[in-house]
Design a protein around this ligand. Sequence first.
Ligand code: GDP
Ligand code: MG
Length: 638
Amino acid sequence: MNIIVGTAGHIDHGKTSLIKALTGIDADRLPEEKQRGITIDLGFAELQLGELRIGFVDVPGHERFVKNMLAGASGIDLVLLVIAANEGVMPQTREHFEICRLLAIRTGLVVITKTDLADAELLDLVRLEIAELVDNSFLHDAPVIVVSARSGDGIHELKEALREAAAKASNKSNELITRLPIDRSFTVKGFGTVVTGTLASGQINLSDELEMLPIGRKVRVRGAQIHGQDAKAVSAGMRTALNLSGIEHNEISRGMILTEKGVLRPMQIIDTEIEILKDAKKALKTRQRVRVHIGTVEALARVMVLNDKSEIVQGEKDFAQIRLEVPVAAVPGERLILRSYSPQMTIGGGQVLDALAQKHRKKDIGSVVKFLRKLSDAPDSATKIQLLAEEAGENALNFADLQARTGLQKEILQNAIAENIGRGSLVEANGYYISRRRFEGLTTRCISEIESCHVRHPLLKGILRESLREKIFPYVPEEIFKAVINELKKTGKILIEKDTISIAGHSLELTPGEAALRESLASIYKRAGMAVPTLEDALNEAARDSELGREQTRKIFQLLLNADEIVKISEEFYFSGTAIEDLKDKMQEFASRTAERLIDVPKFKEIAGVSRKYAIPLLEYFDREKITRRAGDKRLIL
Ligand SMILES: Nc1nc2c(ncn2[C@@H]2O[C@H](COP(=O)(O)OP(=O)(O)O)[C@@H](O)[C@H]2O)c(=O)[nH]1
Ligand SMILES: [Mg+2]
């Protein structure tokens, strides 16, 4: 078993000495650290205790270096809260403890060090301070181990306590894609770029191709080490050093993240749930500028508190949108810490609920909060997927959207989707996922739109596919529209003929007057042959003999057009369908008698038996219909 143990505590309380006493390794690696005798940046060491392999992350205690402490703390499973017996609880003891609590670290040990410098009375006092500090927290029941790094007293007991606590330590998520938040990058002579970090989730194998975010660079894993030993694979929760190709070390900085390629979409707006510390100086207010720490990232941001008062007061928890000044590739569930811009102090923290949020308008806050509360309460991935699909509404989300939004591994996401589909709450629509309720809403609205079209236009066969799409699906992906139509067709509710959709069983029931009108219009064109009247004249003539009037006549005319009994040649001229078919035949017959299949206007007039007035519109119609094609001043019959 592998776990990451981090130190926490005030400067000079003996954290680095304790790691050395446990592992023999001096985690202060920078020359400046050695010279000044303080820890500035993260230090690393490891210890094998039987089956248990512990990676230690030693953090700086100085208040100026809390940001470095945070980069290390985000990866730890178990904390050693180190308190010097001669000083007791100090400001960074509290700050580090609060940070661990906000990061939702679930296990830890309290270590009282430097006991060689304290008598029994002082020790009792420190014990009391500690009990008060950890009251009602994850460290409430934690063992308190008393040690001296100098004399070695208690170090053996500490190892035993570590072994026991490790068994209870939370293991890293095994549902999320591969994510390695980078804490260091450097070059090693002869190897090239090396990055280090604690693998937050997933697995990394040699020669994997991964993506460095937010810069979006593809890199390949050339080598991997765990605790200084070459390794073929790294799993979640392990500290690792990777040798990468495809990138220079100076292109990488702490805060970047190495992930499975093409999944996450670094964004600047995230929705979160934030708790403000009881001891914070001020409430967190909308528009406040803060420092946000997520993973190993530190970024500046502005806050929009999602409540009526636009603030979260000390000791309270609420939802807030965080608008970052740089893109960050976060995933839901990831913990974050907020520090004030200046002076730099930890003011609160919480978790990411939606890493791909939209800007919210004031009037939407109510519904946004409802959604975020549900997300925060969701017990499993399937529930979250359903919530996301519901929130997306008719816009629906595809697989890539859902994966970017959740950071879930492909198979986990597939299972979560399948679970919802099986339950009947989610519908798969040509690669998009939409809630059953929304999908059915769309089918119902389609039906009533088609029905109302039948009522409004009793003489039309149905609604045009495109007008239905514009009416009901203006912002909905084409795939959803197709799926809805397909569903209605499959269940026999609608009929699709060419571009027209009608309710199944709908028939045009013409009144005797309408039928007579239809007949008279048809016969006007049939009788006219190639010498057709203008549309105006034809409509007037038919309307004259009917009581139904001009408008009805126009609608009946449309029926004939729909049925191809009449064909539109130009705005003015329409011909009977049979006349046009006959003419096409004649042209083909003419073409077959010539070698080059060319026809000019005079010849066309002769074959069609028409004057120039009709010849030009007819030829242009044939051009449009690709029956002829212009070739100089002649036409090629196709
Ligand atoms: N007497 C005594 N001194 C200690 C002990 N542990 C650490 N120190 C000293 O306390 C100072 C700070 O220790 P260090 O480990 O750097 O503290 P850190 O800032 O918490 O990492 C150093 O001078 C150490 O030698 C201890 O158990 N007993
Ligand atoms: Mg130190």
